[in-house]
Design a protein around this ligand. Sequence first.
Ligand SMILES: *Cc1c(COP(=O)(O)O)cnc(C)c1O
Length: 413
Amino acid sequence: MNDKKIPRVDLPADVRLDTLAVREGLPATPWGENSEALFLTSSFVHPDAATAAARFANEEEAFVYSRFSNPTVMMMERRLAALEGTQACIGTSSGMSAILLTVMALLKAGDHVICSQSVFGSTIKLLGGEFSKFGIETSFVSQTDIGAWQRAMRHNTRLLFAETPTNPLNEVCDIAALAEIAHQGGALLAVDNCFCSPALQQPAKLGADLIIHSGTKYLDGQGRVIAGAVCASEALIEGKFVPVMRSAGMSLSPFNAWVVLKGMETLSVRMQAQSERALRVAGWLEQHPAVERVYYPGLKSHPQHELAMRQQGGSGGAVVAFIVRGQQQGGPELARRNAFHVIDSTRICSITANLGDTKTTITHPSSTSHGRLTEEQRQAAGITQGMIRVAVGLDDVQDLLNDLARGLDSLTA
Ligand SMILES: *Cc1c(COP(=O)(O)O)cnc(C)c1O
C-alpha cells in the first residue's frame, strides 16, 4: 500500500514555523516556479491503464481527481498542518463544511456531542438542528464552566466541540482541561481555531485531536474566498475523512486553496500586527466614558485573561467587543440607537459581519450574526443591544481611534 508517495519539499529537518509558513507544500514543477502553481484541472492523466488502476486502488499515491486530490489543495493542507503541528490536514469548501465533514466522518446515529453554547451560530444550527435529524444528539454547555462539560459526559459521548475565543464575547476555554475530560471518556476534542489561527494558538499542542478552520477568516486574511480545513492525525484524515470527502465532495476549490496558501505566508506578521492594534483599541475603549464594558482577552479586566495569555502566546487576538452606554439610561432601544450611531459615524471601518480581513470591520452582533436568536437568548448569552464588535485589521490605529471617537464622543457630549 502506498509505497510510492508524493514527495515533500526539500527543507532541513529543523526549520521553524515562519519558514514552513512560506515554504511547506510540494516541490516545484520542472519549470522551477518560485511562487506555488495553481493547478486548475479537474482530473489527472495516467501513463497507462495499470498505473491508473494502482492509483485508484490507493496503492500508489498520486493525483487522480480534484474532488479529493489536487496539488494546490495539498500544498495548502501540508502548510496548514505544519503550522498547527498536526500530521495531516484536509481542505474543505468552507468552515461550515469542515464541521459537516468532521461529524460525517466520526459520528453515527446514537452518538452524543458536547458543544459550547457560545460557538459560531451556524455551528449551533448544524449540530443542534441538522444532525439531530440523523440521531446525533448535542448537549450545549457553558464555554467557561469545566464542571458543566464534565457533567455532560455520557457513555456514548464521542466528540467535544469548542471554539476559543468565541464570537463576539471573546470567552476563552481551557483546551488542555477539555482534552483531558474528552480522553478520559474515550471521546475526541475538536477546537475551532478561527479567532487565533495557528500563529497565536496551536490547540494540538494542548491535546486537541481535531483543529477546525474557516480559511475564510485569518488564513486568507484579505476577505477574498470561502474556505475551510480540518487538521488531525494522519490516521484520522486518511482513514476517516478522505473516504467521506471522496463520496460526499465538500471539496476545496484549487483556486480558493491557492489564495489561502499564499495568505498563510503573511499570517504570522498579520496576526501580530492586528493583535497589537486591537490591544490599543481595546485599552482606548476601556477608558472612554461612553463605553460601559470591553471584552478583549488581552486586557487585565477580561475574566480569563491569564488563561488566554498562556494559551494564545501572550496575545489577545484581533477582535474587540464593547458595549456603549444607553441600556441603563433608556433601555435596550436607546442602547441600540447609540450602537447604530457609533457604527454609522465611522468612515473607515467596513460595516460587515465578516472578520479576519486586513480592512477593519465593524458590526452590531444582536441585529446581524445573532439576529436569529430571541432577545431572551441574546440577553442570556450577554449579547445586548449596545454591543459592537470590531475586527481590527491593518488600518492605522490612530485613524481607527478617530473613527470610533466620531460616534462615541457625541454620545457623552
Ligand atoms: C466564519 C466562521 C465559521 C464558518 O466558516 P465559513 O468559512 O464562513 O463557512 C466557523 N467558525 C467560526 C468561529 C467562524 O468565525
